[in-house]
Design a protein around this ligand. Sequence first.
Ligand code: ATP
Ligand code: MG
Length: 426
Amino acid sequence: MTNPNQHIIPRDQHSVSREFISENALKVLYRLHKSGYQAYLVGGGVRDILLGLRPKDFDIATDATPEEIKKLFRNCRIIGRRFRLAHILYGRDIIEVATFRAHCDDNIEQRGDGMIVRDNVYGTVEEDAIRRDFTVNALYYNIADFSIHDYCGGLADLEKRQLKMIGDPIERYKEDPVRMLRAVRLGCKLGLTIEDNTAKPINEMAHLLEGIPAARLWEEYKKMFLSGRGQRTFNQLKSFGLLQYLFPQTSKEINEDDDFAEFVTLALENTDRRISEDKSINPAFLLAVMLWKPLMDRTERLVSKGMHFNDAFYKNFNPTINQQSQTVSIMKRHGAVMQDIWALQIRLKFNYGKRVWSVLDHPRFRAGYDFLVLRSEIDPSLKPLADWWTEFQEAGREQRIKMIAKGKSLGQKRNPRKRKSRTSNS
Ligand code: ATP
Ligand code: MG
């Protein structure tokens, strides 16, 4: 099948230079080419270079089959079920090499609702281009002559700064609903406008995300929220009606509670800022924020039935996380960090007595403290406690001892049980 829009742009008419491509990606491209195969850099790698950005990773497309690729590279691992791909490993750097695939109706395995479950049908480079999602993602940099192949009008769309689905957006979302998330994510990340026909069906089709495995949505979660454009992406997900299918509990609560919405916004802003400053970020922190109000609501429900606050609070950690995991799966180790952060909200209330030292030594102290500071920004009654911990960390040992000896709790009334015993003694 030849695409009438086929367009080959020679090296002297585009800005993709080898100096922007990683050494490992070049190695793979050259080895494939020298072994007689076609080899192209494709997807985000080409797109980002053309936009003047540094690509996050480099994807390669070739006419060599996964088995043929494996024969060429000792450090090669074949992965994937729906798409079989070759991963070439250079230490921690992974170069993904995909064999050209055709988007051919007769050979794709689709479910009754149109979702693609398997499409390992090999094709030509033109066929490979039209089964990709957006036109700007279907640009191919040919290592043979350094030209760019543009079969879907991606260059013109880059110029217009628009993200446009290849083919009929409705059909393409049915085939793979995650493309709706990719539209929002890439639009935000690259500062591209989602073209009208690409944007229009999203609201009505958002519910198709219900059919996507929670593990795949976790991968998308990380890309959406941990790449520096989390806040913008979150707002867009909300306005496209997608958020409720990713974070149903959070989505409901932010609609009902402005303070909580503000809390989530602050956390997203913080995360984006930390990323722009090259600081480390933990994917669990944001989740702990997003599930904080759902956790508190559950807690209050049990308290209203007569359970002690702390018991109700701890008891709801797992149910809150488990419910979220049904849509976006949360791995155990991230769940454990969330629980630590939440539990520290109780422990940080006690700024007197010996336990202050053990709180300070807690491996998640910093995350728990950051969480408290964030809470204090929407709940002024927590400000004195947050300030106390700020001062405590900055203080020397002598000063710290004095601070603890003052022995007053700023975050809550004194431990009710203690107070009771004191009054009964008096
Ligand atoms: P990023 O900068 O986040 O890596 P990317 O566009 O490179 O963005 P990848 O997930 O690395 O995203 O995918 C590489 C390429 O594979 C895409 O550019 C696109 O051409 C194609 N692709 C990825 N996911 C899909 C999908 N769901 N449907 C169709 N094509 C896809
Ligand atoms: Mg990529």
